[in-house]
Design a protein around this ligand. Sequence first.
Ligand code: FE2
Length: 329
Amino acid sequence: MPGILQQQSDERPTQIEVKELHPTFGAEIDNVKLAELSDGDFKTVLELMAKAGLTDTTHVDFSRRFGDLDDIRPYMTGGRKPRYDYYELFDAGNVDEKGNVLATDSPRSHYGKGNAFFHVDSSFNPRRASYSLLRAAKLPPPNTGGNTEFSDSRTAFDTLPEELKQRLLEKDYVGAHSLHSSRKRGSPSFFADLHPEDFPMHRHRIVQRHEPSGRTNLYLGAHIHHIEGLSETESWQLVWSLMGWAIRPENTVSVEWKSDGDLIIWDNTAVMHRAGGGAYEGKYVRDLRRTTVHDASSTAWGLNEKKDTRPGFNSFENPASQKLQASMT
Ligand SMILES: [Fe+2]
């Protein structure tokens, strides 16, 4: 994977530098101008890019080359608008609508705590996500934390004990995914009166073929509320033993954000990720914005009905969701 590619443009060729981050997955790509990338070079640049020089507009435009984009309309209640021009940009930062740093005890901070567990984006939707493109609009000072960590869930499956691998293949388990569940798990006291069972969950098989590579993937993550057909105890034992296997140090890599404008791209159907905390929390702006691409593979919809309902918090009239809605402001 490491090496140097020639990026052709109308003006002059530039050199794209590729540095390996982990033996089985992850690469750092430097000196690339995404807005000028040819179709040929685009195919080689799928995992991680640095100093990409994207604006909100070019971030969204570039992301559309991967496929149809998800948007944040389900979370925008009461006529609220995002703090930037595009509904396609998910707000993964710690900034309020006035540009101030969120307090660590604010509702939105509680909402974000669930992202500290390894997860895949949008598995709680009927149609899951393929790529996420996360861009640093503004980073906190160096050495204040906030790395993003990744787990190679294909290699995790490959290396499972043979007996467990065979059990998974035979049983073909289905995970029920819930955004409400992962929010509550991240901050149980704050969301004490929220009951994920009161809301629809969406179903995706745990063992799936990753179509671009042909390899088998473990589709797991913190949004899983339970595994169908198992008791609550059996379900949690299996989920956490698989998660524990997938996030062993040999399967993970921690990526440090280095400069404003850095962009990390990952494939949610092949890796899990989580947000790392740090000393920046409650003190310094960490403004991260993400586009999320709808999966176009044959298993994109899992076992769900193909309809455009997404579990944002204005989708339900259940009073318990009011707190979640408030946490998004
Ligand atoms: Fe995420």
